[in-house]
Design a protein around this ligand. Sequence first.
Ligand code: ADP
Ligand code: MG
Length: 287
Amino acid sequence: ATPVAIMVASGKGAKNGILFKDAAVIENTSRAGTIVFDKTGTVTTGKMKVVDEISFDDSFLSYAYTLESKSEHPLAKAVCNYAIEKNTALLNAEGFKALLGNGVEATIDGSTVYGGSVKFISTKLELESGVLAQCDKLSEEGKTPLLFIKANKLLGIIAISDTIRDDSKSAIAELKNMGLRTVLLTGDNEKTANAINRIVKFDEVISGVLPDEKEAYIRSFQRDGKVIMVGDGINDSPALMRADIGMAVSGGTDAAIGSASIVLMGDTVSTAVSAIRLSRSTLKVIK
Ligand code: ADP
Ligand code: MG
């Protein structure tokens, strides 16, 4: 690629909400065969809302609020907004830990309290079949169920819903037409991921993965050629760095933006399509 062609492409990109951090990434993007998307905040808006609360303890919401008030996760923000609306009291907590891709932990009233995915909470407490069935039902509706436990007691379940971005479905169809293999790679559970995919229709769905497993999947896709990863979260950082091309959604975390080589302004999936088209046309011109 000539420096002039690259400069022209960078300028065009900037006008269309695509920030290329370096020249090499334009050539790499034009050759990519696989494009992998994070779900929450990338394919969806990440503007989450609590839509169900199933309580098994009078102080359930206070515990959930206290735990999530220390977390930066978009799911945590949704729980806090909901708790504040309901004038929920905040408790004293210590030893807070964010467990990436799993949930949160803290000590409240001398007991360890955990909040997180069904998969994660199942490693701490054996859940009754009725509870698992309730979580499955919420997931099949495309919601993300979060469980909260204290010592060996289930405090309650909170279900959170997110909205698919307007352009996700059409952008994925376009990427398939351009010959790319499209993959949804999410830390969320299988049933929720499949519910989203019934609408968006990726070629492949991989769910329930931790941040370092996201990176391992990118590595395995690289056996078939160059890979683009699109993400927004701290949990996407290792995968964004591993990918040949990391694309961060502009409203995403600093960690994601720092790990990516392209920033997509305007928070849309279709900007990724434009970035690939622009890279392809730039390389054709100069070849
Ligand atoms: P994604 O890949 O969809 O962006 P993450 O990897 O960030 O999701 O999280 C995976 C799962 O871990 C979430 O769906 C949720 O069940 C659980 N989780 C993560 N952070 C929290 C939190 N602060 N509170 C409760 N659950 C959490
Ligand atoms: Mg995300």
